[in-house]
Design a protein around this ligand. Structure first.
Ligand code: ACM
Length: 561
């Protein structure tokens, strides 16, 4: 009898749910207090209209994956049962929250719901913070910001079973307080080396949202294709968006496939993607590469190169640095052209940040260019690095004049950093450390830890960039270098994973390379450093991989062990 009672008690106490990224604080409730989501009966209440995108996201998710219809309501009703309350929290709403939660869960107010009654007095410290309480009669997600409520929704989704079978559909009883460690949580996608259509880009944005990332770095231009419509310069897409072939196999390759490859996003499509991301609290940072990586530009407009008389093609081979001229001439004509391009880009993207590239600019083309050498003399610059710095300073001034800030790869440190630039440190952490010491914001994205185009295994079944980046190395990456003082460390804004697509030709391969390393990245960026533990993460990952199976997301299956 006694043992049976114990049995019952044990079975009613749930294991902590597997949530990725791991929340800051979580208390699991009893399984008997799980919340049931019922067709045509469960309602989603929003306390103000700013929460509508979050509510609609959740309702659409439940419809798509569990085939249940939920309804949205804006009417306050403390007597309502079976409701998911999304609440934009401020102290003036304290009585509303109390009324909703105590009335909706009268038997639970001294238990799990207790934390739900503590209203945040000072919510300004971390606006992305949210509280999630799942009780038997209602769910409450509260945050000072719509983004916080959205993150609460992402967590709630992970409290549901990764299968459509269980009836009734239940969310596990839990009480969570959660907020991110870093303000910049980014992921990049190169759409130049291979083009991915709008539908897939939206899917990719959903993946970032699911992992509570908040910046999507859209690598829109490079040697191998220009991917955004610019109305004033149509040849960028009629010519620059297409190449006549790609090398076969690992660089330097075994021949050329001679298959025409390309595509671009119209400005209408770009706006659609920006709105889609904004509804998921993701800012899109467009990257327009300069002064190097510009072969697609020069194929369209050879007069902007140091060798204007030589005709040029959109690049068909990878790693072209010194072999083909892909560098912009620092002429007034080029600066006018770039200002016109950036004007259209800045009008489209609400992002306060514009990425201007700046990486891998081969200086040999400026060395051989009489105009460039004359400019170095005229401006009193030290050398070609000085010229690169002059180039970036001019562009920064223009971007700043429109109220926006530039981000550049760490080569923008060469010859002197532009005054307000943010540095993306990719050649290790050296550039990031130097920039932080100069009091510039830094995004860490060192190649050895954050380049997801590298293989996940020593021997991969498919063609990947030649280096090796296993899941554990991503998971254990620490974005704040130990050499920085606490004051300097504050300039580490966050980190970002990069996905370069030379060897990633289709959406399935993007997913294969991304998952589950994106899960590891999300814990680096979101979860408290003190809670990071690779074996415990691997345990939680099992449930996440089942969820990917359920949602039709592809991942590297060697992790299903
Ligand atoms: C880079 O990988 N060239 C930023």
């Amino acid at each position: 009898m006694l043992s049976c009672l114990l049995c019952f008690q044990l079975s009613s106490i749930a294991q902590a749910p597997a949530i990725i990224p791991n929340p800051v604080e979580m208390k699991a409730g009893k399984t008997t207090d799980n919340f049931t989501i019922a067709n045509h009966s469960t309602q989603v209440f929003i306390s103000d209209s700013s929460l509508r995108p979050s509510a609609e996201f959740f309702i659409n998710f439940i419809k798509k994956h569990y085939l249940l219809d939920l309804t949205l309501t804006t009417v306050v009703d403390a007597n309502r049962k079976n409701v998911i309350n999304l609440i934009r929290e401020d102290p003036s709403q304290e009585s509303l929250v109390k009324a909703l939660i105590t009335k909706q869960n009268p038997t639970q107010v001294v238990g799990l719901a207790k934390s739900a009654l503590i209203i945040e007095k000072n919510t300004s410290k971390n606006p992305e913070k949210y509280m999630l309480d799942v009780l038997s009669q209602s769910v409450a997600i509260r945050s000072a910001s719509p983004a916080g409520v959205f993150y609460g929704i992402q967590t709630l989704i992970q409290l549901l079973p990764p299968s459509a079978k269980p009836v009734p559909l239940q969310a596990k009883a839990v009480s969570i307080t959660d907020y991110p460690r870093f303000a910049y949580r980014g992921m990049h996608l190169d759409v130049s080396r291979h083009f991915f259509d709008v539908n897939f880009v939206k899917k990719y944005i959903d993946y970032l949202a699911m992992h509570k990332l908040n910046y999507f770095h859209w690598h829109l231009t490079d040697d191998h294709g220009w991917r955004i419509e610019i109305k004033k310069h149509p040849r960028l897409t009629t010519v620059g968006a297409w190449r006549d072939g790609s090398i076969i196999g690992l660089y330097p390759g075994k021949g050329n496939d001679k298959i025409r490859h390309g595509g671009y996003y119209t400005q209408t499509e770009v706006k659609e993607v920006i709105k889609y991301a904004a509804d998921r609290y993701i800012t899109i940072i467009p990257e327009i590469e300069m002064p190097g990586h510009s072969m697609a530009v020069l194929a369209a407009y050879p007069e902007l190169s140091t060798t204007p008389k030589l005709s040029k093609k959109v690049a068909e081979t990878w790693g072209i640095f010194n072999k083909f001229n892909n560098v912009l001439l620092p002429s007034e004509q080029t600066f006018n052209f770039l200002e016109e391009v950036l004007t259209e880009v800045m009008a489209l993207f609400p992002s306060p940040y514009i990425h201007i590239g700046g990486d891998e600019c081969s200086k040999i083309w400026w060395k051989q260019s009489a105009f460039s050498q004359q400019l170095i003399k005229e401006k009193g610059l030290k050398d070609e690095n000085g010229l690169q710095s002059y180039f970036i300073h001019r562009i920064e001034k223009f971007v700043n004049s429109k109220g926006k800030t530039i981000i550049g790869w760490d080569e923008i440190l060469d010859g002197g950093l532009a005054p307000n630039a943010i540095v993306m440190s990719w050649r290790g952490e050296k550039g990031g450390i130097a920039a932080a010491k100069q009091k510039h914001k830094v995004i860490m994205t060192p190649e050895n830890f954050m380049y997801f185009n590298h293989s996940q295994f020593l021997k991969d079944d498919s063609l990947t960039a030649a280096r090796f980046l296993p899941l554990a190395d991503v998971y254990n990456y620490e974005p704040v270098p130990a050499v920085l003082t606490p004051a300097e460390a504050r300039y580490i804004w966050g980190a970002q994973g990069n996905l370069w697509t030379e060897y990633i030709t289709n959406p399935a391969k993007v997913e294969y390379m991304l998952f589950p390393r994106l899960d590891a990245l999300s814990e680096v960026l979101w979860s408290p450093k003190s809670k990071r533990n690779f074996p415990a993460f691997q345990e939680r990952l099992k449930q996440q991989l089942r969820r990917y199976d359920f949602m039709g997301i592809r991942y590297s299956r060697r992790y299903v062990l």
